[in-house]
Design a protein around this ligand. Structure first.
Ligand code: G3H
Ligand code: ZN
Length: 285
């Protein structure tokens, strides 16, 4: 069942668990996420980046994700991840997305607020949820890149102002995670999550959550993180599976035989995350 992301995240916030938001680039990933969510009776968010839209085309990717969501027995939201281009955000609204992110994090606070407010006004009129971002998360997520030296943690007082002035449904914060593969172990600023939680009422979002130790994710959820973004770990499961299969079966050329095992490997990763976030058995009818 396709719902907006606020419905999913508010339920998570009220019941103190985290919801996985998994990046989707093709049919196999969408099926892997939905199969995992259904197997564990968990609400889930399917998200696509502007890069995924560019790669697949908006009609293809939104049709695949919407079909997956509509057929699912659990609540599913379809979300634009790291929307930086106003026109693409509008395209998503026209193509049945139930949630969009406006990532104005590279702009000064005032400008970020202005850009976010504009998207909130339009999206809310259509019943679509909006995620904003404040602070700068290091690493690369498709078209968004931040050098480690330019990363900046979210300031709690700025977060309060941003939330009150924009009326976003969810807020992505920078608290020590990074997009992509970690070199060392990420150090999460837990006090900062609590400080932001104390002054911002809406569900908080943790980006760059692949490779973060599970105890750290559990603690972040207990302090107020409701949406947990996972992309890299799914990509790794996909690539490792395809590599292994072709190493073992160098003469195989049937795409279904090559991609089928990767779908199962990705499902296993998603199931593991759902259990860590404690969103299993939290789906409603
Ligand atoms: O927006 C998506 C993410 O923040 C995913 O980050 O690739 O490090 O899991 P990740
Ligand atoms: Zn991200």
């Amino acid at each position: 069942m396709l719902v907006n992301s606020y419905e999913i995240l508010k339920h998570a916030q009220d019941n103190k668990y985290g919801v996985g938001a998994f990046n989707v680039n093709n049919m196999e990933i969408a099926q892997a996420v939905i199969n995992a969510a259904e197997a564990l009776n968990a609400p889930v968010i399917l998200q696509v980046t502007q890069g995924a839209i560019k790669y697949a085309g908006i009609e293809y990717i939104s049709s695949i994700a919407q079909l997956a969501a509509n057929k699912a027995s659990v609540p599913v939201a379809l979300h634009l991840d790291h929307g930086t281009d106003f026109e693409i955000i509008m395209e998503c609204l026209r193509n049945g997305f139930t949630s969009v992110m406006i990532d104005g994090s590279k702009f000064p606070l005032e400008e970020n607020i202005e850009k976010t407010k504009k998207v909130v006004e339009i999206a809310h009129a259509m019943g679509v949820s909006v995620e904003g971002e404040l602070g700068k998360i290091a690493g690369t997520e498709d078209q968004v890149h931040v050098e480690a030296k330019d990363a900046a943690y979210t300031d709690p007082q700025e977060a309060k102002r941003f939330y009150e002035e924009t009326n976003v449904d969810a807020l992505a914060i920078a608290v020590g995670t990074a997009h992509g593969v970690y070199k060392g172990e990420p150090k999460i600023d837990y006090d900062r999550i609590s400080e932001i939680r104390a002054v911002v009422d809406c569900p908080l979002v943790l980006h760059g959550s692949s490779g973060v130790p599970y105890e750290a994710l559990t603690k972040a959820v207990s302090l107020g993180i409701c949406k947990i973004n996972i992309d890299t770990d799914i990509r790794m499961a996909f690539a490792n599976s395809v590599r292994k299969f072709l190493d073992e079966n160098p003469n195989e050329y049937d795409p279904r035989k090559i991609l089928g095992p990767s779908r199962e490997a990705m499902q296993a990763v998603v199931e593991e995350k759902i259990k860590v976030f404690k969103s299993d058995n939290k789906a409603w009818k």
